[in-house]
Design a protein around this ligand. Structure first.
Ligand SMILES: [Zn+2]
Length: 280
């Protein structure tokens, strides 16, 4: 089999000389596994051009999509978490916070800001799931409450973008208090006749669903987002019955009257603008 043996030496390329596409140039959709350019994917509002899968993105992407020219003023950017319970699981809570900050570059699981959306003044609060599962602790509750205060004072509509696993267990009861606090603030907004739109993205669960995420004048969602309170296993064991197909998907929740409509992220900015103009 001598024709299989390479006689000449030095014609193989050392690894460091191999030219490969630079990292980050291509995006592979986790749903359909097809490939597209990262640039195209971003221009498509981080949705797949093949199957329309909505990539899970955070406040940086949503602010860029919604605020005109990505110009906005961030509110309470430096608010960070205390450790009221001296909580420790596998790590002490302050260590977990510090490590997460270093990893994500974020201060907590929500960012708030105000700016213009298609020339319309708007206040937006957007959750970041990669900060401890988008969990709602005191900082999240306080920043949302203060963003609502800003909306009230300046008579500007408020948009909440939720993506969360629920309350932050490391703050236990303090997390649960945020549900009451944000709900009370939203009641003031409602009394003042200022529009509140809640956008639920994948996933929105637990205490967040049970408070501000479901209190919008309009509750809307991205396609195929998981929306629920408790997880399906817990519900199945509690009611002792199998759950229907597609249970807790945005489409199922819409059909059962908990959502007003589902919006494709590519149309989000324009749909929100016309909706707010209509109800303002
Ligand atoms: Zn896809």
């Amino acid at each position: 089999m001598s024709w299989f043996i390479r006689k000449e030496k030095g014609i193989s390329t050392p690894t460091e000389m191999k030219r490969e596409a630079p990292d980050g140039l291509w995006y592979q959709c986790p749903n359909c596994k097809k490939i597209m350019q990262t640039k195209e994917h971003k221009m498509n509002a981080y949705t797949c051009e093949h199957c329309n899968y909505h990539e899970k993105v955070g406040s940086e992407a949503y602010f860029e999509i919604l605020f005109d020219h990505n110009e906005f003023t961030e509110l309470d950017a430096d608010l960070t978490s205390a450790d009221p319970l001296n909580f420790k699981d596998t790590k002490a809570y302050p260590d977990r916070i510090r490590a997460t900050m270093a990893k994500t570059g974020l201060k907590d699981a929500v960012r708030t800001g105000h700016g213009k959306m298609n020339d319309l003044n708007i206040v937006i609060a957007c959750m970041d799931f990669n900060f401890i599962g988008g969990s709602m602790g005191s900082v999240v509750g306080e920043k949302i409450a203060r963003a609502i205060d800003y909306a009230l004072k300046n008579k500007q509509p408020f948009l909440m973008i939720s993506r969360s696993g629920g309350a932050r267990m490391m703050e236990a009861g303090f997390s649960l208090m945020q549900m009451a606090k944000t709900s009370a603030k939203l009641a003031l907004l409602s009394e003042a006749g200022i529009p509140y739109v809640s956008l639920l993205t994948d996933p929105t669960t637990g205490g967040v669903t049970a408070s501000y995420a479901m209190l919008g004048d309009f509750n809307i969602s991205e396609p195929e987002a998981l929306i629920g309170f408790a997880g399906p296993r817990v519900i199945r064991e509690t009611i002792g019955k199998d759950l229907p197909k597609g249970f807790q998907s945005a489409e199922f929740v819409l059909e059962h009257g908990f959502l007003d409509f589902i919006v494709d992220r590519k149309d989000l900015k324009d749909k929100l603008t016309s909706l707010i103009k209509m109800i303002q």
